[in-house]
Design a binder for this molecule. Structure first.
Ligand code: ZN
Length: 148
């Protein structure tokens, strides 16, 4: 799932359950639950593709943007919003080293056990963009209802 969806879900968890000992592990768990739901993705996209690099950059901007926006709008909860946003997205940082190698047309390193487990959870389909969009709209709508 996109980093934006993961970060938005982490923010929502922070707002619904503002107890760090509950919310942060739940945000981390949410990453793997969301990855197991149908979402956008394709094995043919990698760091060597310009379009994919642009998508990743836009996704990172949106992901950081929603976290910083909510920290700004709800300063009384900024710490838990930051922690949950990070916990919900951080598992995907394991892909960064190979992504950077791909952008430089370098040989990628083999996946370790954790990476293979993470890949095994994925339910990526091109049509998954529809289910991911529904999820993202639901999360944003619920977050908006909490904020206003
Ligand atoms: Zn993931």
């Amino acid at each position: 799932m996109t980093g934006f969806s993961h970060a938005s879900t982490g923010v929502l968890i922070a707002l619904v359950l503002p107890k760090p000992l509950v919310a942060v592990p739940l945000a981390l768990l949410s990453h793997f639950v969301l990855d197991s739901l149908p979402h956008w993705g394709s094995d043919s996209l990698h760091g060597g593709h310009r379009l994919f690099r642009r998508i990743i950059i836009a996704d990172a901007i949106l992901g950081f943007g929603i976290v910083f926006l909510m920290m700004f709008l709800l300063p009384q909860h900024w710490e838990i919003i930051a922690l949950c946003g990070a916990a919900a997205t951080i598992p995907d940082l394991m892909w960064l080293p190979n992504f950077l190698r791909e952008t430089k047309n370098r040989q990628t390193k083999p996946h370790n056990l954790l990476m293979r487990l993470h890949i095994a959870l994925q339910f990526e389909r091109r049509w998954g963009i529809a289910t991911e969009a529904v999820w993202l709209l639901l999360v944003i709508w619920l977050t908006w209802r909490i904020v206003v």
